[in-house]
Design a protein around this ligand. Structure first.
Ligand SMILES: Nc1ncnc2c1ncn2[C@@H]1O[C@H](COP(=O)(O)OP(=O)(O)OP(=O)(O)O)[C@@H](O)[C@H]1O
Ligand SMILES: [Mg+2]
Length: 216
């Protein structure tokens, strides 16, 4: 089957979410496999379960060259500011820098995944949105499709725009919900790029299929 490119995504972008466990990693995995992009999770909170980087490495089948190391890895699966404090570390915003790369070089595609949502504190002064601003990347917002998402999504969009960050659009994750989709587009003045439904199995094949279905 021949696909027509539906969404033109920038070469590098940041994937944030309306909440933790909203689907940032699985959406990043779908986009990574489809775009053959690299992945960077600058802050990983929680090491008892598999890290996001290692989970994507496992399911995507992409080589190690596609994965940048985290800047910070903290033991406890709690907010980065508290997890850092518990490990006796202070997150420094200045420590985050995008890898060098030619703007026009499509082979150096990069997906950066945040931790939690937009207003998650990193230290006493900075929030996750400040990290996005430092990297100055366009942003994809991952949102639940279910009840409650309109409020979370509109609040997150407002915060991103207040920081003058470019919002590429929203990816809704979960069972299709036309009312929520239409409210997010109308009141959020944005585009829902895709409505991704539950994958029953997650591996390189199903991720590629999901990319073709939802993003092409
Ligand atoms: N569309 C989907 N299909 C299959 N599994 C999904 C889907 N969306 C989410 N999940 C599962 O739900 C869980 C939470 O999703 P995910 O890890 O992507 O959230 P997250 O926003 O990245 O969380 P965190 O804030 O911890 O980084 C994971 O086990 C993930 O595989
Ligand atoms: Mg994640």
């Amino acid at each position: 089957m021949k696909f027509i490119e539906k969404i033109k995504l920038p070469r590098r972008f940041f994937v944030t979410g309306t909440d933790t466990s909203v689907g940032k990693t699985i959406i990043s995995a779908i986009l990574m496999v489809g775009l053959k992009a690299s992945y960077w999770k600058p802050i990983q909170s929680g090491l008892s379960e598999i890290t996001d980087t290692n989970w994507i490495r496992g399911v995507s089948g992409l080589s190690d060259a596609h994965f940048l190391p985290e800047n910070y890895k903290f033991s406890k699966p709690i907010s980065p500011h508290a997890s850092a404090q518990s490990d006796g570390i202070q997150i420094a915003l200045e420590s985050f820098n995008l890898p060098a790369g030619d703007q026009d070089d499509q082979s150096s595609r990069l997906i950066v995944e945040g931790a939690g949502g937009v207003m998650v504190p990193l230290n006493e002064r900075h929030l996750m949105v400040d990290l996005m601003k430092r990297l100055d990347l366009p942003v994809i917002l991952v949102a639940r499709s279910t009840l409650g998402t309109i409020n979370h999504t509109l609040l997150s969009l407002e915060q991103l725009r207040q920081k003058n960050l470019e919002v590429i659009g929203v990816v809704m994750n979960g069972p299709k919900n036309e009312i929520n989709k239409s409210a997010i587009e109308t009141y959020g003045k944005t585009t829902v790029l895709a409505e991704v439904e539950m994958l029953s199995d997650v591996n390189s094949k199903t991720l590629q299929k999901a990319y073709d279905r939802y993003f092409k």
